[in-house]
Design a protein around this ligand. Structure first.
Ligand SMILES: Cc1cc2nc3c(=O)[nH]c(=O)nc-3n(C[C@H](O)[C@H](O)[C@H](O)COP(=O)(O)O)c2cc1C
Length: 170
């Protein structure tokens, strides 16, 4: 834990850039291992008087299965670096791969959850609410067709941001 220091949410940065441009890894425990999944859709804000992160996981992902059994997990951010990691974790499934080992990464335990220790920023998340995207809810049918024309709906997870850690470069 020496490598990371806790920061307030005001120091987190711009969510559009962090998620949409730089991307994140949804990091969920697989037994005593860690599985990493690249995600570039999500948001951060305030809901139910909590700072929240919202992420979207399609039902075909191994991460989807893992999240059924985990109420807490972490999000990892690399600040635009480690494209190799983000590309691998967005291509390969943890069902038959140990991505942490393949990439030569290490995991650490923070606040009782696993996280990837090479990240620049780690957010510890606790699920508050989750539900499948409802096709009937779409006002813009074009977006629905583009995202779900072939099925494989997302489950949305609204999570409380419990803690934010930033790598201590000193
Ligand atoms: C740039 C990029 C962004 C992605 N964003 C998401 C996302 O937001 N939600 C999702 O379900 N899958 C997303 N994926 C796909 C998963 O990362 C990919 O299917 C991964 O292999 C699933 O890993 P898993 O089976 O170990 O969970 C993305 C992939 C890439 C390359």
């Amino acid at each position: 834990m020496k490598k990371f220091i806790e920061i307030p949410v005001s120091m987190l940065g711009n969510a559009q850039e962090m998620i949409g441009k730089d991307m994140m890894l949804i990091s969920v425990a697989d037994g005593e291992k860690l599985n990493l999944m690249t995600a570039s859709w999500g948001c951060m804000g305030v809901l139910w008087n909590k700072n929240v992160a919202v992420c979207f996981v399609r039902e075909s992902r191994y991460t989807y299965e893992l999240l059924k059994n985990q109420d807490r997990f972490t999000l990892a951010f690399f600040g635009g670096e480690r494209r190799d990691v983000l590309s691998h974790c967005g291509r390969v499934s943890g069902r038959d791969n140990d991505k942490v080992e393949q990439l030569g990464l290490t995991s650490l335990e923070i606040d009782g959850v696993y996280a990837v220790s090479e990240a620049k920023t780690i957010i510890v998340c606790k699920k508050i609410y989750s539900d499948m995207i409802d096709p009937d809810g779409f006002v813009d049918k074009e977006i629905y067709e583009k995202a779900y024309g072939k099925g494989d709906l997302h489950r949305a997870y609204v999570c409380e941001i419990e803690k934010i850690y930033r790598r201590n470069e000193e």
